[in-house]
Design a protein around this ligand. Structure first.
Ligand code: FEO
Length: 573
């Protein structure tokens, strides 16, 4: 293994490793990648993985982010003369994998690009020069010799419409790009430490793949027809080799759970226009937190018939504004969405910030006139999206999901008033407010299910419902404050934080706070506070149990007692 660091403001390095006969992994290690995309919540950096297959013919699978231009191209040219590369296999055209396609074609204009129809369309818009191409679909093959008879598997919507997987029967390697990836940067080439990578693997799934659960299952069904998969050569993070069966099983399990949702919402976006894909992902993530299913559909490539069916069966629609001058398939599909909407469905609109968005207000009026209910205030994006924009999208999606399941929840609450529920209601808890700040995003939540869990280091657990906005700020490694409320002096804080806040609202307006050493707000009127860091999480049906270790704490009044929360039934807080 060779690792080459480059001293820059941000730490970038590259690494090569022979992962099988004739196959070399070329990994671009981005140690400090900023958290500007929703799936980077865990802040462990990322990697962009590319692969060189050198058999009788030579293929390069994906490239790297343009920030690695010099490092990656130098490294590649050290491994092979680019003139000897016959094929460039493009699994997915987002710039973190295809940012150097143009450069590689400049080094060797004779390279044949191998990709899906949609990927080739996107590349045409991006490369702006003619290039040799082979358009492939599921079942197509490309023989590189020496047994490397590559087979392609179409995996649309994971997470873009262009995605495909490539299987090499000679080495039993499946090249998957974003699929089965994670944003986790380390020198470890493979998944040797499952416990360490597991939270990032799941968080990445929840953000990028969960909203496409049905497409995940469809792609995995196609994968079942391939031979044994011994290694998953993904596009981000360590490759899967030691836990392949387990980690593939997790995708299947999560996707099966998501796809059983009783209600679904169709989220429309345009993959290569503005920030539509990122904003729609954040909204979709917020919706799936509530147990409502999502179908994400790229307006520029979907089929009008499919749109009609999906919208017809959905409880709601979220639409990102396409470009004003939409033409061809995009314009037809935009019309198909409008035609398929039905009264009583809910809707939500957001601007894609692509520079030429269809005006949002006239469309909103049209939906309201059709008798549709607006599930969240239109999301207007007037600048490059920031963390707070994505948070607003996430919370808007959650509002929409909660709106759809509200009636079912109320019914469930009424139906469970049995002896059992009364008995569970005798489990008591204290009264606490969790406060957190991550980057520019702040959150707060009234909590009662809190319990000390360890002495050394001091730690406790707290149960957080999956659809709570603050859940995004309580991932492994995140820091927050547990404010402990005082008996006889908690009513005003409790009343304030019990309020239903609209998406993006400042939870701390009018509340006295100080800033903790870990950056989160401390409520000045609390009896005591603990500064903590999330160490691990356990999924428990509709809640996450978050185990956190305490790093600092203080009591304001030595003689004060913790407020206690008594309930009558156990099916409500
Ligand atoms: Fe890693 Fe969707 O690009």
């Amino acid at each position: 293994m060779v690792t080459t660091p480059l001293a820059t403001q941000k730490r970038l390095s590259t690494q090569t490793e022979a992962i099988a006969k004739n196959i070399t992994a070329i990994r671009s290690l981005d140690w400090d990648r900023d958290r500007f995309d929703i799936e980077f919540g865990l802040q462990n950096g990322t990697t962009y993985n590319s692969y060189l297959i050198q058999a009788d013919r030579v293929a390069l699978v994906d490239s790297s982010h343009e920030k690695f231009r010099r490092l990656y191209l130098d490294l590649l040219q050290g491994l092979i003369d680019p003139k000897e590369i016959d094929y460039l296999i493009v699994s997915h055209t987002e710039p973190d994998h295809s940012g150097l396609v143009k450069d590689i074609l400049q080094l060797n204009p004779q390279i044949t690009v191998v990709a899906t129809k949609v990927a080739l369309q996107f590349l045409d818009n991006f490369v702006h020069q003619p290039f040799e191409r082979i358009q492939v679909k599921s079942g197509d093959r490309l023989d590189l010799g020496q047994g490397h008879n590559l087979e392609f598997v179409s995996a649309p919507n994971l997470h873009w419409p262009d995605t495909m997987l490539t299987y090499d029967p000679a080495t039993e390697i499946l090249f998957t790009c974003d699929v089965f990836g994670m944003h986790y940067c380390s020198d470890a080439v493979f998944d040797t430490d499952l416990d360490k990578i597991a939270p990032d693997y799941q968080f990445y799934y929840d953000c990028l793949m969960g909203p496409n659960a049905r497409s995940v299952l469809a792609a995995m069904k196609r994968m079942d027809n391939l031979g044994t998969i011994s290694t998953v050569a993904n596009g981000h993070g360590p490759l899967l080799r030691y836990n392949v069966a387990e980690l593939l099983h997790r995708y299947r399990h999560w996707s099966e759970s998501q796809s059983k949702a009783e209600k679904t919402v169709v989220v429309f976006y345009v993959a290569d226009y503005g920030y539509g894909d990122r904003l729609s992902q954040a909204i979709a993530k917020g919706i799936t937190k509530t147990g409502v299913g999502v179908d994400m559909v790229d307006l520029s490539t979907a089929d009008p018939q499919e749109i009609q069916e999906l919208v017809g069966h959905a409880s709601g629609v979220v639409l990102g504004m396409p470009p004003l001058q939409a033409s061809g398939d995009l314009s037809t599909n935009f019309g198909a969405v409008l035609a398929a909407m039905q009264p009583k469905q809910v809707f939500g609109l957001y601007e894609s910030y692509g520079g030429d968005d269809e005006p949002i207000d006239p469309l909103r009026t049209k939906f309201l006139d059709l008798g549709l209910r607006e599930a969240f205030t239109v999301i207007k994006v007037k600048d490059t999206p920031r963390e707070s924009t994505y948070q607003l999208c996430d919370e808007s999606g959650t509002d929409l999901g909660q709106n759809l399941i509200q009636a079912a929840k109320i019914k469930q609450l009424k139906s469970l008033d049995s002896d059992l529920e009364k008995a569970i209601g005798r489990i008591s808890g204290g009264l606490y407010i969790i406060t957190a700040q991550k980057g520019e995003v702040k959150g707060a939540m009234l909590a009662s299910w809190v319990s000390q869990a360890s002495f050394s280091p001091p730690g406790f657990t707290v149960a957080v419902a999956k659809d709570r906005a603050i859940e995004s700020l309580m991932q492994v490694g995140d820091r927050f404050v547990l404010n402990i409320l005082e008996e006889g002096n908690y009513q005003s804080l409790m009343k304030h934080f019990l309020k239903r806040f609209p998406p993006g609202a400042d939870r701390f307006a009018g509340v006295k706070t100080q800033t903790a050493a870990n950056g989160s707000p401390i409520l000045t009127d609390a009896l005591a506070y603990l500064e903590c860091e999330v160490a691990s999480r356990m999924e428990c049906s509709d809640h996450w149990i978050v185990y956190s270790q305490v790093t600092n704490g203080r009591v304001a009044k030595a003689e004060g007692l913790t407020a206690v929360h008594h309930r009558k039934v156990g099916n409500y807080y």
